[in-house]
Design a protein around this ligand. Structure first.
Ligand SMILES: Nc1ncnc2c1ncn2[C@@H]1O[C@H](COP(=O)(O)OP(=O)(O)O)[C@@H](O)[C@H]1O
Ligand SMILES: [Mg+2]
Length: 365
């Protein structure tokens, strides 16, 4: 029977750790075959060793023992200057510029040095775009886990696709990149939608020890001292219809809340896409009017910055097709903001609000 280097080093370490009167290699061998380690995984193997320990009539606190073993196997790799080719596809390409309201980019970068960061705010307010801009600015590979109720441990850690082939999950990939390239950004999108049982596997990674345990392979990954794994989570919560977040999970993050950008900031955001100041003003005013109506419960939902930007882009697209500003804007409003109505009464409300907010005359069919 032969052992893998990993198993050998573990056994060797057990021997030095328990020099007198403890399990010998021979005693553990039956429980530590090359077949059982990968097959049964780390947790089962722990069980086997525990049994072996009992056979020697010595009570061993195995968890502590194994934890300190993990400490000693942590490697200290120097950070590579160049990002290895394997990770280059994860670099963020051309994206929209995130326009700051209040130094968000530098604030989040500062927070990231200290630990995981949670970005909260309503839908379409730029949480994901902010995270992407940070990855781009720091030139670090970015890994996105889009969370939902259906997200399971295998999405996070990885799964066996066929006999013996383990495919890394998103989080595992991010950790390996941090180990290999020395840097990575993990983005947990809409993290409040993730079930508490699943988020639990991330606790160790979010804590200071930055460790990821993959029970099905028996691997324990640790981000080494030089490598940096930044973690950003985004969540849309605290509003009607949104999910609350597990407190034990939430407490592991420093939190930054994005509030709705001022008119001046909105102007700068929309001006990225079109020049026409009057159109930009009309879109901002229409958005504002619809948000007020939603606040008063006259409408079921409201446009966010995302819809304002979409409206701006559609205006540009229809203008480029030769439509007059009035016609192009009418179409842009129709396709981005008319959706915030559920019945004919609300549809009329939306149309009227947009008509009176827009300084450019708009017509709706
Ligand atoms: N501060 C901002 N600067 C530039 N664009 C923004 C900003 N906030 C929102 N947007 C626009 O809204 C869109 C949606 O943003 P996103 O980051 O996906 O929102 P969230 O993740 O909060 O739901 C972006 O693609 C962008 O067009
Ligand atoms: Mg998002």
């Amino acid at each position: 029977m032969s052992f893998t280097p990993k198993q050998q080093s573990f056994l060797q370490w057990l021997k030095t750790e328990f020099p007198e009167n403890t399990f010998t290699l021979e005693q553990i061998k039956p429980y530590m075959t090359p077949a059982t380690w990968p097959l049964f995984g780390w947790l089962k193997t722990q069980g086997y060793i525990q049994e072996a320990a009992r056979n020697t009539y010595k009570i061993v606190n195995l968890q502590t023992t194994i934890n300190s073993y993990q400490e000693v196997t942590t490697t200290q790799q120097p950070i590579k200057k160049e990002i290895p080719n394997e990770w280059k596809p994860f670099l963020v390409g051309e994206i929209e510029e995130y326009i700051e309201q209040d130094d968000e980019i530098e604030d989040v970068i500062t927070l990231l040095q200290e630990g995981p960061v949670l970005i909260t705010g309503i839908k379409g307010i730029g949480k994901s775009l902010l995270a992407a801009n940070i990855a781009k600015k720091l030139n670090i590979p970015r890994f996105i886990l889009s969370c939902s109720k259906a997200t399971d441990e295998e999405d996070v850690l990885g799964r066996y696709v066929d006999l013996g082939t383990f495919v890394d999950g998103v989080v595992t990939k991010a950790v390996r990149c941090a180990q290999d390239a020395g840097r990575a950004l993990l983005v947990l999108e809409e993290v409040n939608a993730m079930q508490a049982g699943v988020s639990f596997v991330l606790h160790n990674l979010l804590d200071f020890n930055k460790m990821l345990v993959i029970p099905s392979t028996g691997e324990v990954l640790k981000v080494n001292g030089n490598g940096k794994l930044f973690i950003i989570a985004t969540a849309n919560m605290g509003y009607f219809g949104t999910l609350p977040m597990n407190q034990a999970f939430r407490s592991r993050f420093n939190e930054i809340h994005l509030s709705f950008p001022s008119e001046a900031t909105q102007r700068r955001i929309l001006r990225q896409h079109i020049e026409d100041g009057e159109v930009v003003e009309s879109i901002i005013k229409a958005g504002e009017a619809l948000r007020k109506a939603a606040e008063n419960h006259d409408l079921p939902d409201f446009p966010s910055i995302r819809e304002e930007v979409m409206c701006t882009k559609l205006f540009r697209a229809f203008s480029n097709k030769g439509l007059s500003p009035g016609k192009a804007l009418s179409k842009a409003f129709t396709f981005t903001m008319a959706k915030f109505a559920e019945d004919n009464v609300q549809r009329e409300t939306v149309k009227n609000l947009i008509r009176s907010a827009s300084s450019i005359p708009v017509e709706f069919k």
